[in-house]
Design a protein around this ligand. Structure first.
Ligand code: 3PG
Length: 305
């Protein structure tokens, strides 16, 4: 059967080689579509049984064009790019690959934070992370990796996650907190790791951002949709000490860069998971999952049950 790997942002070549090997050893054929448009994706799915994507949009148009499609694996964590209701309506299993790219995202979070607080290495004196407070908004795979690295910097780490028991955080040396108000008002640095869904969209409000302590920095390597963008702009305008770092730049990024200059820092494209290691981990996991599903319906990480 044909398995399409469609990545607008391509995997490292070494990861593609590994994916090809897993697919061929499973008795299937790899079809590769890199840097394609949505129209290219729609055209490419007509005869495939499996589909591997990253943040590529998989919507009704794609499912309608793919009569043989049985499984879609998002090589990564967030699956807000996939229309789950349409997948279910078309009888397609959707899975993600939890945790496989988490360390890469976490390392980028800390790297961007250091870049910001060292004033982009422009020759002036910056500040240090040792002894400073970091609040982690959602203690999933990425949040846990951020906590591990932040503890190495000597930071005081707290986390908010209603789905994680306090004793799990305490065992990791993390202080559990139980409200967003507490998380934002008590930590100079806050790193966002919530998914984008109906509960979280625009949930990081002006009031929360303005409640951050002096010289607060909000870091977003999650999704741009979780921030109230106008509220963010208002908070940055009303509090000259606040700063914002994002691997997922907001729609109003040009306005923010113009108004707030070096107080904001954005990657040109989402780069958190873009390491050879994360590409290999997530890409190979995705390939194994597609092959296993086509073999016997394996669906351990199904997200549209
Ligand atoms: C994820 O949800 O796994 C990350 O946001 C990485 O996304 P990407 O595969 O598009 O880089």
């Amino acid at each position: 059967m044909k398995i399409l790997v469609a990545t607008e942002k391509p995997f490292a070549p070494v990861a593609v080689d590994g994916i090809r090997q897993v697919i061929e050893e499973g008795g299937h054929e790899l079809v590769l579509l890199e840097r394609g448009t949505h129209d290219d994706l729609v055209a490419a799915v007509s005869d495939v049984a499996g589909l591997i994507v990253r943040s590529d949009k998989v919507d009704k148009e794609v499912f309608d064009a793919a009569p043989q499609l049985k499984v879609v694996v998002r090589a990564g964590a967030g699956y807000d790019n996939i229309d789950l209701a349409e997948a279910t309506a078309h009888g397609v299993c959707v899975m993600n690959t939890p945790g496989q790219n988490a360390n890469a995202v976490a390392e980028l979070v800390m790297g961007m934070l250091v870049t910001l607080i060292r004033n982009r290495y422009n020759g002036t004196s910056g500040t240090e992370l040792l002894g400073k407070s970091l609040g982690i908004h959602a203690y999933g795979a990425v949040g846990r990796n951020v906590a591990r690295i932040a503890k190495g910097f000597g930071m005081k780490v707290s986390a908010l996650d209603p789905f994680v028991a306090d004793d799990v955080m305490i065992a990791d040396g993390i202080k559990p907190v139980h409200s967003v108000e507490e998380l934002y008002s008590q930590n100079q640095y806050v790193s966002l790791h919530i998914p984008a869904n109906d509960q979280t969209r625009r949930s990081v409000t002006r009031a929360l951002i303005e409640s951050m302590p002096k010289k607060g920095v909000l870091i977003n390597a999650a999704r741009k949709e979780v921030i109230d963008e106008e509220g963010l702009a208002q908070a940055l305008a009303s509090r000259e000490d606040l700063r914002y770092v994002a691997d997922v730049k907001p729609d109003n990024f040009a306005e923010l860069e113009e108004k707030f200059g070096e107080r904001v820092l954005f990657t040109p494209k989402k780069m958190g998971a873009q390491t050879a290691e994360a590409n290999i981990n997530a890409g190979l996991a995705a390939a194994h999952q597609v092959v296993a599903h086509l073999l016997d319906g394996w669906n351990k990480f199904q997200v549209n049950r």
